[in-house]
Design a protein around this ligand. Structure first.
Ligand SMILES: NCc1[nH]cc(CCC(=O)O)c1CC(=O)O
Length: 309
C-alpha cells in the first residue's frame, strides 16, 4: 500500500492553495498519497481585534501543531511570516521553500500608487509594520484597521470602506488575483516582513527521516535570506506587536543585503529606525550573524528588546 502523508492546513483559500501546492510537489516527487487536513485556527476566528492585541503570530499555527502532536497530520504548511521565530519544544521547521514575490502591493479601485492618493486618504491595513512605514512615506494618510483573509479584505475595499489597501503580493499572485494589483512597493520603500512570500513546512522534531526527505523541497537561497530576516526578529524578541520589517536580497557574488526598519510600539510615538547590512553568506550561520548585526544596529539606535516569545 502506498504511504499516506497528511498535511494540516488552515481553511482560508490562500492556506488551501499553499497546502495543495505542497501536496502536488510531494506526490510528484515521492511515491506517496497526500491528504489535506483543514483546521480552523484562533487567528482565523478572531477578526474584530488587531492581531497584536490577541496573542500574535502563534495564533495561526497552534491548532496545526496540536494535529501534528496527536499524529493526526504529518506536516503543516505555513506562510513563513506567520511562523513564530522560536517554535515550541518538539517541533521543527523542516524546510523553507522558494519565495514568491516578497513585495507589498498597492490595491485600489481608483488610484494607481501611493503618490496618487489625495491628502488625508484612507488606507486599510492592520499591520503595524505597514502602517508605520506608510506614515513615514505619507504622514497625511488616515490608516484604518483591516483584518480577515484576502477575500474578506478585498470585499471590504470593494464595499467602499477605503481608498486603498496594502496586501502581500504573494497571496494575490497565488490566488490569481494579480489584476487587483495596481502597483508594487519597492522592498527598500516599504520593507517586507521577515519571511514574506516564503512557505515553511513544520513537522514534529522526532520525525527525522521525514525532515530529511523534505530537504528536497527546500530552496537554499530563500532559506538563508529568511534565516537572516528571522534572526533580526528573534534577537529583538519579535512578536507581531512589534512593527519590524526585515528583508534580505542576494547580490552578485554571494553577498546578502539585509534591510531592516523598526517603528515605535503600538500607541507610542518615535522615529522609524532603519539600517542596511551586507556580507558574503555561505551558510545559514553566516546569514544569522548578518541578522544579529542588523538587530544590534537597531538596538544601538534606541530599539528596546522585548521579552522573548
Ligand atoms: N498576515 C497574513 C498573511 N500571511 C501570509 C500572507 C500572504 C502570503 C505571504 O506573504 O507569504 C498574508 C496576507 C498579507 O499579509 O497580505
Amino acid at each position: 500500500m502506498r504511504e499516506i502523508l497528511k498535511i494540516a492546513t488552515r481553511k482560508s483559500r490562500l492556506a488551501l492553495w499553499q497546502a495543495e501546492h505542497v501536496q502536488a510537489l510531494l506526490e510528484a516527487q515521492w511515491s506517496v498519497q497526500v491528504e489535506l487536513v483543514p483546521l480552523s485556527t484562533r487567528g482565523d476566528e478572531i477578526l474584530d481585534r488587531s492581531l497584536s492585541k490577541v496573542g500574535g503570530k502563534g495564533l495561526f499555527v497552534k491548532e496545526l501543531e496540536l494535529a501534528l502532536e496527536r499524529g493526526e497530520a504529518d506536516l503543516a504548511v505555513h506562510s513563513l511570516k506567520d511562523v513564530p521565530m522560536s517554535l515550541p519544544e518538539g517541533f521543527a521547521l523542516a524546510c523553507v521553500m522558494e519565495r514568491e514575490d516578497p513585495r507589498d502591493a498597492f490595491v485600489s479601485p481608483r488610484y494607481g500608487c501611493l503618490a496618487d492618493l489625495p491628502q488625508g486618504a484612507c488606507v486599510g491595513t492592520s499591520s503595524l509594520r505597514r502602517s508605520t512605514q506608510l506614515k513615514s512615506l505619507r504622514p497625511d494618510l488616515r490608516i484604518e484597521p483591516l483584518r480577515g483573509n484576502l477575500d474578506t479584505r478585498l470585499r471590504k475595499l470593494d464595499e467602499g470602506g477605503f481608498d486603498a489597501i496594502i496586501l502581500a503580493a504573494a497571496g494575490l499572485l497565488r490566488l490569481e488575483l494579480a489584476e487587483r494589483i495596481r502597483g508594487y512597493f519597492a522592498t527598500d520603500e516599504l520593507i517586507p516582513c521577515a519571511g514574506q512570500g516564503a512557505l515553511g513546512i513544520e513537522v514534529r522534531a522526532d520525525r527525522a527521516s521525514l525532515i530529511e526527505r523534505l530537504g528536497t523541497l527546500a530552496h537554499i537561497p530563500t532559506a538563508w535570506a529568511c534565516a537572516a530576516e528571522r534572526e533580526v526578529s528573534r534577537r529583538l524578541g519579535g512578536s507581531c506587536s512589534m512593527p519590524l520589517a526585515a528583508h534580505a536580497v542576494w547580490l552578485p557574488a554571494g553577498e546578502l543585503e539585509l534591510s531592516v526598519a523598526l517603528g515605535p510600539a503600538e500607541g507610542e510615538s518615535g522615529p522609524l529606525l532603519r539600517s542596511i547590512h551586507r556580507a558574503p553568506v555561505n551558510d545559514e550561520g553566516a546569514a544569522r550573524t548578518l541578522g544579529a548585526l542588523a538587530a544590534q544596529a537597531l538596538v544601538d539606535q534606541g530599539a528596546r528588546t522585548q521579552a522573548s516569545v
